[in-house]
Design a protein around this ligand. Structure first.
Ligand code: HEC
Length: 160
């Protein structure tokens, strides 16, 4: 039988747990610092064109879409902190691949028509801008009137 009393044993266990926690936190800290060293591409390549819109629609696209769908991305401070930076970089990369207003002029006309239709669909189902983006950028929350403007613009443009 251990000669130590119960309170002693409890203190010993607590100390052990505390030490383990400290080591885990230290480990996480080292990982966090380490992943900051992994390079992330936050490029804004040359702008070769603009969104085919004017006035209010242009302003709405700039406010709610162009961070991911153009070369005019405004990178927020947390885009410099891994692992969030990885998610943002991935979103921008993928967003530009699907629809890039900065290279709009180089799209063939069938592609433009297809994209206008897709824009209308995305607006109708409410999946763009993505909800997590709106959470971080409240100014990208579009009113019914603004959504209506985008719907009208994309429907009109798809017919031209
Ligand atoms: C936070 C980044 C982000 C913002 C802001 C954003 N998008 Fe997207 N968008 C994406 C990503 C990523 C994809 C590709 C994956 C997908 O479809 O979810 C995409 C895809 C699309 C597509 C192609 C859908 C398809 O399946 O072919 C359209 C059209 C689109 N977005 C329109 C918009 C419009 C219009 C806005 C503004 C009202 C907007 N997006 C705002 C990230 C974004």
């Amino acid at each position: 039988m251990d000669s130590r009393s119960l309170p002693d044993l409890e203190t010993g266990v607590m100390r052990g747990l505390l030490r383990a926690w400290k080591q885990i936190l230290l480990g996480l800290g080292v990982i966090f610092v380490g992943i900051q060293l992994i390079p992330v591409r936050r490029s804004n390549p040359a702008i070769q064109g603009e969104a085919p819109a004017a006035g209010q629609v242009k302003e709405i696209l700039r406010r709610a879409c162009q961070d991911c769908h153009s070369h005019e991305t405004r990178w927020p401070w947390y885009a410099y902190v891994a692992p969030v930076s990885w998610l943002i970089e991935h979103d921008v990369e993928e967003g530009r691949e699907y629809l890039n207003f900065s290279t709009w002029d180089s799209y063939p006309s069938e592609k433009r028509v297809k994209l206008f239709k897709e824009i209308r669909e995305e607006i109708e189902v409410g999946s763009m801008p993505p909800w997590y983006y709106v959470t971080m950028h409240p100014s990208a929350r579009l009113s019914e009137r603004e959504l209506g403007l985008l719907r009208g613009w994309s429907a009109e443009a798809a017919r031209e």
